[in-house]
Design a protein around this ligand. Structure first.
Ligand code: ATP
Ligand code: MG
Length: 304
């Protein structure tokens, strides 16, 4: 069956990205809570139809580490994309409360398996690995979303900003300035994976914008500087794991199979669910996020 706007009851806004808004919605016919992403494209119907056709392969992207896709449609130049609602939100907003190594390893393992699935089963790269695209639910399950399945969609999304937080690999940043596409291969995703893991461990983006005069200086640090490392308190295995992801030279980075065989993830696979309290971590992180939200609201109020 096909989905359309009148089947949905719109609920809270879950977040805003560069290209649109994600809302929680209720799909009335099935009573399933979903997340609906609106992407403003302003294209003719023919182009939008081509995008919908490409998005169709998402129906084959079924894996425990991939956010489920329910369907997409368009209304007045906007594409609406419906996916599984992840009730703890994205990793970027959960990571500041602190994280123990076993939890970090669980998250890393899920990300590697998700990326390997995309590569092996769908022959696609993710292209946008970063903490906002790592979603979490209250059961402590970690899933990836927003991978590049549609070339048409990718082309239509104006590459307006690199943003103040770039997860792009050095070779991609360099390539970008040359041909506006960047040189891209799976190993570029591996860099972004490593950077996201470090961010989860530090609780903040590893190239803090405030330490650079401008975006150019920040990107230069990524391209020319030493790669970031895990903060104190993590094991040698964990440090080596991220170092294998963050090799400056793309061909030296680990493959997904190598990462799965790495002692950091082998140790994780030996821990039972009882030993790694993912639910407890999510609960704690949500509580912290709420407190931060309130603090920020009070500060904003005082500044008025
Ligand atoms: P960018 O536009 O650079 O990709 P982004 O990933 O933050 O950034 P969106 O993909 O539009 O932008 O998502 C906006 C926010 O909505 C995310 O940061 C996330 O917190 C939330 N979100 C997205 N998808 C879901 C989902 N399926 N369930 C719950 N929350 C979601
Ligand atoms: Mg996203």
């Amino acid at each position: 069956f096909s989905i359309s706007m009148n089947q949905f009851e719109l609920e809270d806004e879950l977040g805003k990205g560069n290209y649109g808004t994600v809302r929680k919605v209720l799909h009335k016919p099935t009573k399933v809570a979903m997340a609906m992403k609106e992407i403003r494209l302003e294209l003719e119907d023919q182009k939008l139809n081509a995008i919908l056709m490409e998005l169709d392969i998402l129906h084959r992207a079924v894996a425990p580490e991939i956010v489920e896709f329910y369907g997409a449609f368009f209304v007045e130049g906007c594409v609406y994309y419906c996916m599984e609602y992840m009730d703890a939100g994205s990793l970027d907003k959960l990571q500041g409360a602190g994280i123990q190594e076993p939890v970090l390893a669980r998250i890393s393992g899920a990300m590697v398996r998700g990326l390997k699935f995309l590569k092996d089963k769908l022959q696609i790269m993710h292209r946008d690995v970063k903490p906002t695209n790592v979603l979490v639910n209250r059961q402590g399950i970690i899933k990836l979303c927003d991978f590049g399945v549609s070339g048409q969609l990718e082309k239509s999304l104006a590459k307006t900003n690199i943003g103040c937080q770039s997860y792009m690999a050095p070779e991609r940043i360099q390539g970008e300035s040359v041909n506006n596409l960047g040189t891209y291969s799976v190993s570029s995703d591996v860099w972004s994976l490593g950077l996201s893991i470090i961010e989860a461990a530090m609780g903040k983006y590893p190239y803090p914008p405030e330490t650079y005069a401008n975006v150019f200086a920040q990107l230069t640090a990524i391209v020319q500087g030493d790669p970031p490392t895990l903060p104190d308190g993590f094991s040698d295995e964990a440090c080596d794991f991220v170092a294998r992801c963050l090799m400056k030279e793309p061909t030296r980075r680990a493959t997904y199979s190598e990462l799965l065989e790495h002692p950091f993830l082998i140790a994780d696979s030996k821990r039972t669910d009882d030993e790694v309290d993912m639910r407890g971590w999510v609960e704690m992180a949500i509580e912290w996020r709420e407190k931060e939200r309130i603090k920020a609201a009070v500060t904003a109020e005082l500044e008025l």
